[in-house]
Design a protein around this ligand. Structure first.
Ligand code: BG6
Length: 490
């Protein structure tokens, strides 16, 4: 255990929504791993807060089960868990009523250092919880608040949520999580782009024909109908994860690796996104919803047959769109974004397709050239592949083919333990490092762009198109790229 307490260190972390899905699947397993690796300060209290009363021992048992069920369960160590459990308290709170945080106040051990409040609740509770923390005197200068996406459901609601948090916490105390930024492979994008000189001269519209960003999932809505049906793929995935990936691909080199320098460049990309109009929404976006089908050989129900489904829901589980970054670097380069549930494969990747060679000297001998592609695979395996044209070996006439120059990061760097993205994010909150968190202006700029799409869909009455579970989405998504002479790389 780390016995030292660095300056500015926190003395406790409180999770609101401590029995919820996110806390169970990600937060407790991540905190356990940080504890086991000696990365939490000492002393450091962990307080679970939720509405129902649960005895401490029963809560600790739930935490143990959650760790065992997670990917960190493979490295479970009973002795480490026992000392971890020694940090945990559970309190029942009523965030909706005056004095509803008295139990929390009583449970927090006094001491030096601030408290981190992790709001793992629905966004409508963010404001009320912050207000209550403020009124109870629990939100002092050393405290931090962590909030999950989605921050609101539109610019207007995001502004209101940010405003409500902002009346209690200063912006430097607010950590807005987009867990994609905690993924090793996503952070590696910055290293790939800005620690290697070879890419920069080519990273623009002179050399790049198109960019594709795909986050395909095989899972369905995983029992989250209540949340998901109100959000849909555009708000759940595009507004956050895909737009963050887009920013990392399209941003200018920051002047330094400081949090504000990096986040300034990202927000500039968001401001450069061409707003959608009613007309362009119709031609540049596709909404889909999965019907029953087969995923990885297993039959799965359609979206409308999921548990708790609302009949005739028009919520999209798939979105494909063509974005345009209107600045000097990217003028004219389409950025195709695509995400969906119940797709053929789990795969998150960025495809940078370069322009074709300006002239084909092999045309006279019947050889076609394929443009080079840089494929950055983020999930499930991290690989970087550059496709090159080569001459197939042999004494016959010249035959050309495509060959991948393939780098598996796990093979090259050793696999190590795959960490949950939240481990990194939680550690950065404790270290008071906001670089990987989304700033207020970023969230609001992203919503402005998304609002344009939602308004266009509503104005045109653009309905979801069905696609079979286990496919790559509705055929209209293929037409979206083909209209420009492009095609999805699958
Ligand atoms: C979450 C979304 O933010 O990201 C989920 O709410 C989605 O709907 C998940 O399944 C995907 O995350 P990952 O890390 O599994 O790619």
């Amino acid at each position: 255990m780390n016995p030292s307490r660095p300056a500015g260190a926190c003395r406790a972390l409180v999770i609101f929504g401590a029995t919820g899905d996110l806390a169970r699947r990600m937060l407790w397993p991540s905190l356990y791993a940080l504890h086991r690796d000696g990365l939490l300060p000492d002393p450091f209290q962990l307080v679970g807060a939720a509405t129902r009363p649960v005895p401490d021992a029963a809560f600790v048992e739930r935490v143990r089960e959650a760790i065992l069920a997670s990917s960190n369960g493979d490295h479970f160590d009973q002795a480490a868990f026992e000392s971890f459990a020694g940090r945990i308290r559970y309190v029942a709170v009523d965030t909706g009523s005056e004095g509803g945080l008295a139990s929390l106040e009583a449970a927090l051990a006094p001491g030096e250092g601030g408290v981190v409040y992790y709001l793992s609740t629905a966004p409508e509770h963010f404001g009320p919880i912050c207000q209550q923390l403020g009124r109870s005197g629990l939100a002092g200068a050393g405290c931090r608040v962590v909030v999950e996406k989605p921050i609101g459901t539109s610019t207007e609601t995001a502004l209101a949520v940010n405003e409500a948090i902002g009346t209690v916490f200063a912006e430097r105390q607010v950590f807005r999580i987009d867990h994609y930024l905690g993924k090793e492979a996503v952070q590696n994008l910055l290293a790939l782009r800005f620690a290697n000189a070879i890419f920069e001269p080519l990273w623009n519209s002179n050399a790049i024909e198109q960019v594709q960003i795909t986050v395909a999932e095989t899972v369905g809505i995983e029992g989250r109908w209540g949340y998901y049906d109100g959000a849909g793929a555009l708000r759940d995935m595009v507004q956050s994860h895909l737009m963050q990936l887009l920013c990392l691909v399209a941003m200018e080199p920051p002047a330094s690796f400081t949090p504000s320098a990096v986040r300034n460049e990202k927000v500039k990309v968001l401001w450069s996104l061409r707003p959608f109009t009613r007309e362009s929404v119709a031609t540049h976006t596709v909404r889909g919803q999965y019907a029953a089908g087969y995923v990885e050989g297993r039959p799965v129900p359609g979206y409308l047959e999921e548990e708790g489904a609302r009949p005739a829901s028009d919520t999209e589980s798939f979105v494909a769109l063509r974005a345009q970054v209107d600045n000097w670097r990217w003028a004219g380069v389409p950025f195709y974004l695509r995400t969906g549930k119940r797709m053929r494969q789990r795969s998150s990747e960025i495809v940078i397709q370069f322009k074709a060679a300006p002239f084909n000297i092999f045309a006279g001998i019947g050889q076609q050239l394929t443009a080079n592609v840089l494929l950055i695979k983020l999930q499930p395996h991290e690989t970087i592949t550059l496709t090159l044209m080569h001459k197939k070996p042999g004494l016959n006439e010249v035959h050309l083919g495509e060959v991948p120059l393939n780098l598996s990061l796990a093979d090259a760097l050793g696999a190590g333990r795959r960490r949950i993205a939240y481990e990194r994010m939680l550690l950065d909150v404790l270290r008071d490092n906001p670089a990987l968190f989304v700033r207020r202006d970023e969230v609001e700029a992203a919503w402005r762009w998304i609002d344009g799409i939602v308004e266009g869909w509503q104005a045109a009455g653009q309905k979801v198109r069905p696609y079979d579970a286990g496919s790559w989405g509705p055929s209209a998504a293929i037409a979206l790229t083909e209209r420009n002479g492009h095609s999805w790389r699958e």
